[in-house]
Design a protein around this ligand. Structure first.
Ligand code: NDP
Ligand code: 8X3
Length: 252
């Protein structure tokens, strides 16, 4: 059984994905910046499977390369990459947004995902086998006020996933883009700079998706027969939907 690399395994979707794959016995590589969280998860799941933790900032290209190219056995034959590390910072209008926040989202959600993919792809191609699951978002498909660069990064993830499919045709590699809507994790807490009250208000009075919901979808994609590729899958809580177009009646 090849290994599963999960970026952003210290919280939310990544944490839930790690639990499901561990229960199924896959050797797991858990990557994130918070080593204490990874160690706790490794202790929790260590009885179920072999686990290797990597304290990694996906924005650091050299580090991504060093860590993922020097995985010890049995983790070195990576079968599945879950490109999950990512974040939204801020919900302000584009004319007021913080450029550092924009840089951090581009560096993490786009460049970090690119680095992890590029480092692990040659091994998958050599083995003629592999699966890359990228975390997009409804924000990459549908615009909303304040979504500006976050949505832009997730639109990149969607199109990059499709283009990977085009490049990898005939090489035995599957690529999927999973695009969730509102899901209660640490996502909103991070978006609002640690403001727990503001984060909780996002999910007040409705039932959001759970990290386990997303992990179930990812596990389902991974365990379909080898000839089946889920290109994209978009999911929302029932309590989230679309609005009419917004119209300003005070300006042209
Ligand atoms: P969480 O904030 O709970 O988890 C994000 C994970 O990403 C953490 O493990 C964090 O670990 C990791 N991470 C962030 N930056 C870096 C970095 N530079 N290097 C390595 N790891 C990093 O959020 P979610 O689980 O909700 O989000 C996971 C993915 O799903 C993200 O890509 C997000 O955009 C996407 N998504 C989330 C939705 C939601 O509503 N929750 C909906 C749609 C998509 P650490 O801080 O330890 O590095
Ligand atoms: C996060 C989903 O709807 O909060 O990617 O933007 S949403």
């Amino acid at each position: 059984m090849g290994s599963v690399v999960v970026t952003g395994a210290s919280s939310g979707f990544g944490y839930a994905v790690a639990k499901l794959f561990a229960a199924a016995g896959y050797p797991l590589v858990l990557a994130a910046r918070r080593q204490d969280r990874l160690s706790a998860l490794s202790d929790e799941l260590g009885g179920l499977t072999k686990i290797h933790t990597v304290c990694l900032d996906v924005r650091d290209r050299a580090s991504v390369s060093d860590c993922l190219l020097s995985l010890p056995e049995p983790f070195d034959a990576v079968e599945i990459l879950v490109n999950n590390a990512g974040l939204a910072l801020g919900l302000g209008a584009a004319d007021e947004a913080d450029l550092d926040d924009w840089d951090a989202m581009v560096d993490t959600n786009i460049k970090g995902l690119m680095y992890c993919t590029r480092v692990l792809l040659p091994g998958m191609v050599a083995r003629q086998s592999g699966l890359i699951i990228n975390l997009g978002s409804v924000a990459g498909q549908w615009p909303y006020p304040g979504g500006n660069v976050y949505g832009g990064t997730k639109a990149f993830v969607q199109q990059f996933s499709r283009n990977l499919r085009a490049d990898l045709l005939g090489k035995g590699i599957r690529v999927a883009c999973v695009e969730p809507g509102m899901c209660e994790t640490e996502f909103s807490k991070v978006r609002f700079g640690g403001d727990e009250e503001k984060a909780a208000a996002v999910y007040e009075g409705m039932t959001p998706l759970s990290a386990r919901d997303i992990a179930d979808v990812i596990f389902w994609i991974a365990t379909l027969p080898d000839h089946v590729n889920v290109n994209e899958i978009e999911l929302m809580p029932v309590a989230q939907a679309f609005s009419p177009f917004a119209v300003s009646r005070t300006t042209q």
